[in-house]
Design a protein around this ligand. Structure first.
Ligand code: CTP
Length: 415
């Protein structure tokens, strides 16, 4: 008899979500299809970790089922016909529905060839035993656990295990995924998995920059990314991201500080700027091009290294706020923040923080239109006066609109 987890599922899912998945099972049944909840949510249900990122797999036609589910539900349906998948967005929740599929890899690192299949096919193409479980949602079998690879035992023994010896060759991103789950869950790589991971580490070279970058992004979104990087170093994998990367105490301390200052937001770009902090410009350029970084984060990383070479000019204690502003206003804020965290000099850090917290927001109260109304003719001189006004405001020499006007009148006479 397969194990049944319906009681656990009913306790685990919030009532409205439970109702949605039950309705989905019934609807699939009416269409003569079997429906399953799969992947990470089963793992997290068994571990008692919250995860309402629900993936449904149907033996049949996912798009047809999703269309039925979205009807009359005020849900928004997004269909990806090419992949046979659909996303149903409800008011504050979404369901991913996919057709059960069979996959084969024509060559390592490539995306797989896909055909419709049974749930067993769909599970055997997955990464790790703990991610390869499914729960049936069809009414007669509601809650039935499908666990062909003993994922539940591996959860009990806290192990990350691949499903077959060629798993990392088929998809080398699993190397990075394995380390991410291992550290997130406080698990260990099963011995043979660890061996194969090291054997196949070079396969990461066959993976596109975009896919590696995506995995790095997922690592940096974990609660403690430095632990994943440390493990990647121990296993000789970190150099697949960049030959000069090192995970060390310095990085760990900085990452901890990043989390203290970031609070709500995920500090992904800032982590990146610290990750490349010890690289040379050339090394950084190789990293940016290997991982095909988009313009914005690439610029923040370049600025980080540029600013690092200019920090000496911010080490003087008597700098005026306007001098600090002039030195920093052309750099990306993450680059400034990264340098503030990285710099060993208290005075430099203070100047960088002052800019980030205050100076970058300072603007004169008067604008160009106000100046023209006050009789300053358009032209380069107007721009200069605005700059001087900005400086005076940064340095606290003018505080009110009246004081700014007085200053403009005094300069106007010198025109
Ligand atoms: N998967 C896989 N191989 C990959 C990526 C994903 O086998 N390279 C499968 C796994 O079964 C995984 C599921 O697809 O559970 C969903 O992938 P993803 O959303 O990345 O992971 P989750 O398991 O949902 O985990 P997380 O908590 O990290 O989101």
């Amino acid at each position: 008899m397969p194990e049944n987890l319906s009681t656990q599922l009913k306790k685990y899912l919030p009532q409205p979500i439970l109702k949605l998945v039950k309705d989905a099972g019934e609807k699939a049944n009416e269409l003569g299809q079997e429906l399953y909840l799969v992947g990470g949510v089963i793992r997290d249900l068994l571990l008692g970790r919250a995860n309402f990122d629900l993936d449904l797999v149907v033996e049949g036609n996912a798009i047809r089922l999703a269309q039925e589910l979205a009807k009359g539900n005020q849900a928004k349906l997004i269909i990806h016909s090419r992949f046979g998948t659909a996303k149903i967005n409800y008011a504050n929740f979404s369901l991913d529905v996919a057709t059960a599929r069979r996959e084969s890899y024509s060559q390592p690192g490539a995306l797989p060839d896909v055909q419709p299949g049974a749930i067993t096919d769909d599970l055997c193409r997955r990464d790790f035993s703990i991610n390869a479980m499914a729960l049936c949602l069809t009414p007669q079998r509601f809650g039935e656990l499908i666990d062909l690879y003993h994922g539940k035992d591996d959860l009990d023994h806290r192990l990350i295990r691949i499903l077959h010896p060629n798993s990392f060759i088929d998809d080398a991103t699993r190397i990075l995924r394995a380390l991410r789950y291992e550290q997130r869950l406080g698990f260990e790589l099963e011995a043979r998995t660890a061996e194969l991971l090291q054997r196949d580490a070079a396969m990461l070279d066959t993976v596109s920059g975009d896919r590696i970058r995506h995995e790095l992004e997922l690592i940096l979104k974990e609660n403690h990314p430095e632990q994943v990087l440390k493990r990647a170093e121990e296993l000789g994998v970190i150099n697949k991201l960049h030959s000069s990367f090192k995970s060390n105490g310095w990085l760990t301390e900085r990452f901890e500080k990043v989390r203290q200052i970031s609070k709500q937001t995920i500090p992904y770009p800032l982590y990146l700027c610290l990750l490349i902090y010890s690289l040379t410009n050339e090394e950084n350029e190789r990293f940016l091009s290997r991982l095909n970084f988009p313009k914005r984060p690439a610029q923040a990383m370049r600025h980080t290294l540029q600013l690092k070479t200019q920090l000496h000019s911010l080490a003087k204690p008597q700098l005026k706020p306007s001098d600090i502003y002039q030195s920093l206003h052309s750099y990306a804020p993450q680059a400034i923040q990264a340098n503030a965290l990285a710099s060993e000099s208290t005075i430099v850090s203070q100047h960088l923080q002052l800019y980030l917290a205050k100076l970058r927001y300072v603007k004169p109260l008067l604008n160009g239109e106000d100046l023209k109304r006050m009789g300053v003719p358009s032209g380069p001189r107007l721009g200069e006066i605005l700059n001087v006004l900005h400086e005076a405001r940064l340095n606290g020499e003018v505080r009110t609109r009246k004081e700014e006007e007085r200053l403009v009148y005094s300069w106007r006479h010198t025109l």
